[in-house]
Design a protein. Structure first.
Length: 144
């Protein structure tokens, strides 16, 4: 297993740091191991998770930071996006009403659709959203 860590101020202007690191790391996975759109799926999920952590997990704390941890295994990646906010209950987040076309509320829906497993942990040192994706996992065979 290989581990990579990124900490950045909880500001949208630094979001590209997380997505760029994600793209670089996921691009290193051998092409034969990845399903189509693997890198784009992971990058989208990192963007959504970090955006949520910045908007909701950091509150108004100007000194807040976001952590992103990548754990690369031979057959999958586990990514943890952490913040110091109050936290939430992942099971109480409703599925967005796709008929209403609202501008917000799709982040966790997208993450659940693109990842093999998603869990939220409230820990002593902060909260984190943990996302797991297997390299060869096609979307139509996964469940959240």
């Amino acid at each position: 297993m290989e581990e990579f860590y990124l900490y950045f101020p909880a500001k949208i202007r630094y979001l590209h740091l997380a997505t760029s690191l994600c793209r670089e790391l996921c691009a290193k996975v051998p092409r034969k191991r990845k399903v189509k759109d693997f890198v784009e799926d992971i990058e989208l999920c990192i963007s959504e998770a970090c955006t949520n952590a910045i908007k909701y997990g950091s509150g108004r704390d100007s000194g807040a930071a976001i952590s992103v941890r990548f754990h690369l295994y031979p057959d999958h990646v586990i990514i943890r996006v952490g913040d110091q906010g109050e936290g939430f209950d992942l099971n109480n987040i409703p599925v967005p009403d796709l008929e209403k076309h609202t501008e917000r509320g799709y982040g966790l829906y997208i993450i659940r659709a693109k990842m093999d497993a998603v869990r939220y942990v409230r820990a002593r040192d902060g909260n984190y959203l943990e996302m797991t994706r297997y390299f060869d996992s096609p979307l139509n065979k996964r469940s959240s």
